[in-house]
Design a binder for this molecule. Structure first.
Ligand SMILES: [Zn+2]
Ligand SMILES: [Zn+2]
Length: 248
């Protein structure tokens, strides 16, 4: 993840609405010249053509629909310890870190609860066809808190729904699959998230990789800038959906 770029070069798709200079480059979705957010970034013609170069057949809308489901799906798999199933959506380095974190919490009689995850808005925020990856801003609400399974009570944090704002990056793997669910590698049926074995042929679930794989995620501050809590992007490997950062 070290050295992963922060944005794209745009020849020009018009002028920056803040500083009026031609848009030549974007770091995440900020103007390179004045560093202010360019809203409507994903509507620029160059963004659509560059996305098509990264992932043929994927439009901005299709990609946003795929990403919008991820927070809820990852939370669902996390709650059920379906770590292997997470490989369909996220890099092994990420889900292994989440599994270790949760096991460590369990060892101390705690558990992270992630519930009622609702994504209200997804925006494409950057892309790079050389790597290739796409950045997203996600906004929504969720319940995230530390729980004591033995006594069934909230330990830290509030169990009330709270807004979240995050920056996610996913890489295109080039692997397409006609189903939105991970496939059984034996019979090809789509596997429900909670499955440990295929409901059709009973083959145990094997990790498989989906068309997009999440490689990093950062909480965003009120100004919409990524919060580099540990000084660099590596430290957020232990940050699950941003929920852990304010609780541990
Ligand atoms: Zn500008
Ligand atoms: Zn099967």
């Amino acid at each position: 993840m070290e050295g992963l770029g922060t944005g794209i070069r745009l020849d020009t798709d018009g002028d920056c609405p803040h500083c009026g200079r031609p848009i030549l480059g974007v770091s995440h979705d900020r103007c390179d010249a004045c560093t202010k957010l360019i809203t409507g970034f994903e509507d620029l013609a160059s963004v659509a053509s560059r996305l098509n170069a990264i992932a043929p057949g994927w439009t901005v809308d299709r990609l946003k629909a795929w990403i919008a489901r991820l927070p809820e799906q990852l939370a669902f798999a996390y709650q059920r310890h379906g770590w292997k199933n997470l490989g369909w959506w996220a890099e092994e380095t990420l889900w292994e870190g989440w599994a270790r974190t949760e096991m460590s919490l369990r060892g101390r009689g705690k558990a992270l609860q992630l519930e009622e995850v609702i994504v209200e808005r997804v925006q494409v925020a950057g892309l790079d066809e050389a790597r290739p990856f796409v950045d997203f801003r996600l906004e929504g609400r969720r319940r995230a808190y530390l729980y004591e399974p033995a006594r069934g009570r909230v330990l830290e944090g509030s169990d009330a729904p709270r807004p979240f704002q995050e920056f996610w990056t996913a890489r295109f793997t080039g692997l397409e699959w006609p189903s939105d669910l991970p496939p059984c590698l034996s019979c090809g049926a789509g596997l429900p998230l909670e499955a440990s074995a295929c409901p059709h042929c009973t083959t145990p679930v094997q990790p498989s990789i989906g068309p997009w794989s999440v490689i990093r995620l950062w909480p965003l501050d009120a100004q919409g800038s990524p919060v580099l809590a540990h000084g660099n992007g590596e430290g957020v490997l232990d940050t699950l959906l941003g929920g852990l950062s304010d609780l541990i």
